[in-house]
Design a binder for this molecule. Sequence first.
Ligand code: GLN
Length: 486
Amino acid sequence: MSITTQFTIHEAHHLLSTKQISSLELTKSALERIQQVDPKIHALITVTADVALQQAQRADQLIAAGEIKALTGIPGIIKDNMCTRGIKTTCSSRMLENFVPPYDATVIERLNDSGMVMVGKANMDEFAMGSSTENSAFFTTRNPWDLERVPGGSSGGSAASVAAGEAVYALGSDTGGSIRQPAGFCSITGLKPTYGRVSRYGLVAFASSLDQIGPLTQDVIDCALVMNCIAGHDRRDSTSAPQDTPDYTKCLSPDLRGLRIGIPREYFVEGMQPEVKYAVEAAIKKIGELGAGIDWEVSLSHTPLALAVYYIIAPSEASANLARYDGVKYGFAYKEAKSMWDAMEKTRQFGFGPEVKRRIMLGTYALSAGYYDAYYLKAQKVRTLIRQEFDRAFTKYDALITPTSPTVPFRIGEKVDNPVQMYLSDVCTLPINIAGVPAISIPAGFAGGLPIGLQIIGKPFSEETLFKIAYAFQEATDWHKKKPPI
Ligand code: GLN
């Protein structure tokens, strides 16, 4: 067992600040663990060993000078769609295979200011389009709980790396479930913050009105600590909220008295695995025992529309965002073309994988003059209805609880030929991005040795309430302490 698999951020921080361990030791142990398990898990596209060792040395100097912050000296992994200056940022696409950004994303700047140690960049579905990492142009990541199964996606590399102890924590991005679903599949904690809470500057855009960066961690305290570092206003992201951020660790308490929680029945979808339903219901009962008032009879009747709305809006925004990959400015460029148009066409033909092309075509179609009103405009209107329904629910409830995913992790290859089946694996997470509200996934049990996630949804900017409920549940259970056999 390596050091990184043993310690959470808060535990490692304690050991570093009391000088029982150095950042260099911690970092070397993470790099060793990567060498040992990544050939089986395939979570990382780039291992940044040299950078990590330098950062660890600097962290040890900071610690010696008494300048330790919560994340100083602790190894983390970054999804490969966040720009890292001087380090390849591929988005798991041939298009960006050799792209080395000249700048850092805001989240990376903030982590660096906190003395982070980055040990690697994580595999993902190409341009974050997918639910299993099978859409990576390079390789599929494996679930540490069962190597024949997917780790979820699109932040599957980030989630698998934390579950397998390759780093203490990771960052992912979530457009329709890409942090929470892999967190659920790998039995770790993952938060999609409120839209606008974390800067998107330097995040490679998929669907700009839905994308958010968030933490993937071993427990709720760690999740709050990472949010303390990355959340907050950024003038370089015009959609970033100008609100102050609280200290997210202040709200963690095991007493849930006074909280009202609703259980929306539409999230217990047809085709859901019975074991998932039982585990989620048992977890909700536990949360009730901890003092929260539970209303089992809530209905969010627009929920079934969310999938259709998402698969109009996300591809539409993607088709606009991905228009920039033309072989002229950066990324892959097809060199032997006969004309400018030929160059653009071939660059996109060879640079993008099939799922990305499918999304671009769907989006371009939905936005075209003849279909705009019927598809895009209609989807925007239904989006408003979905958001209003959440607003109404949150006048009565402090939070809503649902499964993170209707099933346990599926087998590699099981859904690749059926995009609609694949899209269905996000039915419980998509509505949250459509409404722009925050949600956290925490470990809530196992079925046949495979993880089950619980999703807690809150009103805009109520991450503290989510942390509070998640923390109380975690204190009363030990699902989050279970580690995969690898
Ligand atoms: N699985 C969803 C999709 O393919 C969500 C992905 C995400 O959140 N980035 O669009």
